[in-house]
Design a protein around this ligand. Structure first.
Ligand SMILES: [Zn+2]
Length: 158
């Protein structure tokens, strides 16, 4: 369940420089306990994600479309690289084979989500990477560590 793991790690991303050490440790321990006790059936996970994980699709995909097949192969091959790597590969393929309909990064990412039915859970982060606005921070409008606003105010970029 990579989605679950990524979300939990993001929740645990807490910078301690602005917090009292004991309070920070207590908070970190609480996050550890929350991660340890998390279940896919918990309400924080969308029902469709729960179904995708608990009842995975079984069988072999028959990809008739060579462009989708190429896109999927490239996407899976660079799984630990950045999006930019995929974009560069796509650009090279399109330059060499102008008729290629290799999918954009966004298109193949969407296809993979359709195939797997597993969709990411996205949580906002403090612009200074102090915390993720998830779990007990989910409803906050400013970072509890550095005070930065969660959202940009209209007309300002800070
Ligand atoms: Zn912050």
């Amino acid at each position: 369940m990579p989605t679950v793991t990524r979300t939990c790690i993001a929740s645990f991303s807490v910078r301690t420089s602005h917090a009292l050490p004991v309070e920070s440790l207590k908070e970190s321990l609480q996050f550890i306990h929350d991660i340890r006790d998390a279940l896919i059936s918990d309400d924080i996970f969308p029902k469709d994600l729960q179904a995708a994980v608990l009842e995975p699709i079984e069988g072999i995909f028959n990809l008739d479309d060579d462009d989708v097949k190429l896109s999927l192969t490239a996407y899976l091959s660079i799984s630990n690289a950045s999006e930019e790597v995929y974009r560069k590969i796509q650009k090279m393929v399109k330059e060499r084979y102008p008729d290629s309909q290799m999918l954009s990064f966004e298109q193949i990412k969407k296809k993979v989500q359709e195939f797997s039915r597993v969709t990411p859970i996205v949580s906002h982060m403090c612009v200074n990477s102090c915390v993720a606005f998830t779990s007990k921070y989910e409803d906050l409008h400013a970072c509890p560590r550095c005070g930065q606003l969660r959202y940009r105010t209209k007309g300002k970029n800070t």
